[in-house]
Design a protein around this ligand. Structure first.
Ligand SMILES: [Fe+2]
Length: 510
């Protein structure tokens, strides 16, 4: 359904003399009025620091229209941040321009705040007010913090489930949420599912924006964003299934694919509470970054898509989900992170003062073996099993540099997985790796076979949807898998599936 913006934007009352002032070389709308509230996509905050956080919203009175129901003009948006939910003690406020080039999204980097405390924020435009969001700052760098509770999840396919698990996540009151990829899915709508995508696949800027707008209208997702700051990284479906760097899933027409990737990255930036360093430049966008919680935990958020080597074993198979153990797969020159990001990761680890070092990435990191009818093992070429030398470099660095308590968390598998990673199959455990559930995306039938045949995997459940809640103290990191009763039921309730405890100084979980 496409609706003209004129149905929503009744009339801009232009203030004489300021209506067409050039700002960044374009017209602006000083005092807009709306027929409906333009904050249809909610509010969000992200990338918190000891002294500040990013506040996000997007003006979209007609969220599925190409222009979001907005004029091609810059619009001033007011924001305020307070110590209390009633906004009696406002500590920061200002005005930013929502620009048509950025789909009238707004990213405010607030600074000058006090560490380790909650704040409340909201936006206004014309006479319209946004919902209120709650966010928080992190402890001072190096602070001797004794407790942290955070949540992580991934893979929220809109068509295959509702987002009811977020209601329990909000009730669990995490300090922040890590979203590990597949925030949207790009394919065209399919009939007979619980909800429906737009008919056209997301493939250019307008359709990626529309896809994000479909997802962002979900009330449970909006409530989860409004409850805590998020830190997001992408996987493949924010652009295209199984893409590698500049190679699309279909082939190697990289010039054409990079145009698509640029559009997808632009729309991703527009819809996530990211800092200025992530503003895309053409088809490039930096999302890898460090996130510290005092001296208790350091999170290395990495990008396993943009800089990776091409899909291996293409001469042997076109099936990226089941590749043989070909020579190319084991080539030590293959990289998952790219040389620059890998160097960055190792320097972040080497300089980490933290008691816990959480590699925050997209995949099941442990080896997954997929037997075929002949009994031979296949591997998922899209994840770390397509890049085993790159994985081994990380495991060896954790071990040889004596990095304190490394843990890998990931998404992608559409399952809950707990595994113990080693370099040699029977070698000592170096670190645990968890997949924290998919919020709503479903898995195939072969999952149980994989679990049975993969010695590193100690627990796997692919029939349940949800997230993980992690309680961290200096002594232990306890991960609780939270699973929805039935994600196809919008009223579903969520309960604990399993709990795993990692003790300080002991690799793996008990
Ligand atoms: Fe996914």
């Amino acid at each position: 359904m496409h609706t003209s913006r004129r149905d929503f934007l009744v009339r801009a009352s232009l203030v004489a003399g300021t209506a067409l002032l050039p700002i960044y070389g374009q017209p602006l709308l000083a005092n807009p009025t709306f027929a409906t509230n333009p904050f249809t996509l909610g509010v969000a905050s992200g990338d918190p620091a000891p002294d500040g956080v990013v506040l996000w919203t997007r003006l979209a009175p007609a969220p599925l229209a190409d222009d979001g129901g907005m004029p091609a003009e810059a619009v001033p948006v007011g924001w305020e941040l307070a110590e209390d939910e009633a906004f009696g003690r406002v500590v920061r406020k200002g005005t930013v321009w929502a620009m048509p080039q950025a789909a009238h999204s707004v990213h405010v980097e607030v600074d000058g705040l006090l560490p380790d405390r909650p704040y409340f924020y909201r936006f206004h435009v014309g006479s319209e007010l946004s919902p209120t969001g709650r966010t928080r700052t992190t402890p001072v760098a190096g602070a001797d913090v004794h407790a942290l509770r955070y949540a992580f999840t991934a893979c929220q396919h809109y068509e295959t489930g509702y987002y009811g698990a977020y209601r329990q996540l909000v009730a669990d009151d995490p300090a922040f949420v890590l979203f590990l990829g597949d925030y949207i899915y790009e394919k065209a709508g399919i009939e007979g599912r619980v909800r429906r995508h737009p008919d056209e696949p997301a493939a250019d800027l307008a359709s990626y924006r529309r896809r994000h707008a479909v997802y962002k209208q979900d009330r449970d997702l909006q409530a989860a964003h409004a409850a805590a700051p998020w830190l997001t990284i992408w996987d493949d479906h924010e652009v295209q299934n199984n893409y590698s760097a500049e190679e699309s899933q279909a082939g190697r027409d990289s010039a054409r694919f990079l145009v698509r990737r640029a559009a997808a990255y632009q729309a991703y930036y527009e819809h996530m509470p990211l800092r200025r360093r992530s503003i895309p430049v053409g088809p490039e966008m930096q999302i890898y970054r460090r996130f510290d919680w005092g001296r208790l935990a350091r999170f290395q958020l990495v990008d396993c898509r943009q800089y990776r080597s091409a899909f291996p074993c293409a001469a042997e198979t076109a099936d990226r989900n089941r590749i043989p153990d070909c020579v190319e797969r084991r080539d030590p020159a293959r990289t998952m992170l790219g040389a620059g990001q890998e160097r960055w990761l190792f320097s972040e680890l080497a300089s980490s003062p933290a008691r816990w070092n959480v590699l925050t990435q997209q995949f099941m990191m442990a080896e997954a073996r997929r037997p075929d009818e002949s009994g031979a093992f296949g591997f998922a070429g899209d994840g770390w099993d397509g890049y085993p030398a790159a994985r081994e470099r990380i495991l060896a660095f954790w071990r040889d540099a004596k990095i304190a308590n490394p843990i890998a968390i990931g998404g992608d598998s559409h399952a809950f997985i707990a595994s113990q990673m080693s370099i040699a199959p029977d070698g000592p455990v170096i670190a645990p790796a968890f997949v924290g559930g998919s919020l709503s995306s479903t898995a195939g039938d072969e999952f149980d076979d994989m679990v049975r045949n993969s010695p590193q995997v100690r627990f796997g459940e692919s029939r349940r949807r949800g997230y993980s809640l992690v309680e961290v103290t200096p002594a232990a990191s306890t991960l609780t898998m939270r699973a929805a009763g039935d994600a196809t039921d919008p009223q579903t309730t969520t309960s604990t599936l399993r709990t795993f405890t990692v003790e300080n100084g002991v690799p793996g979980f008990a």
